[in-house]
Design a protein. Structure first.
Length: 69
């Protein structure tokens, strides 16, 4: 049986995927969004998602763009 934390994580990702669908994101593309979100979260292992700011995401994407260009 999953512990409470595992259930909360699964619920979060299910809700994330539901939001993607509601925004018109195709099912096959949703996994790409989930993978990118997981990579973003992994870059900040000591910071809770609720504590992230728009500038955190912007800086992450800018750095990612520099690495990939």
């Amino acid at each position: 049986m999953k512990n409470r934390s595992d259930k909360a994580v699964a619920k979060f990702w299910n809700q994330f995927i539901d939001i993607l669908r509601n925004q018109g994101i195709k099912e096959e593309s949703a996994r790409w969004y989930v993978m990118r979100a997981e990579h973003y979260l992994a870059a900040f292992p000591d910071q809770r998602l609720v504590d992230h700011s728009a500038s955190d995401l912007t800086e992450y994407l800018q750095e990612l763009g520099r690495k990939n260009s």
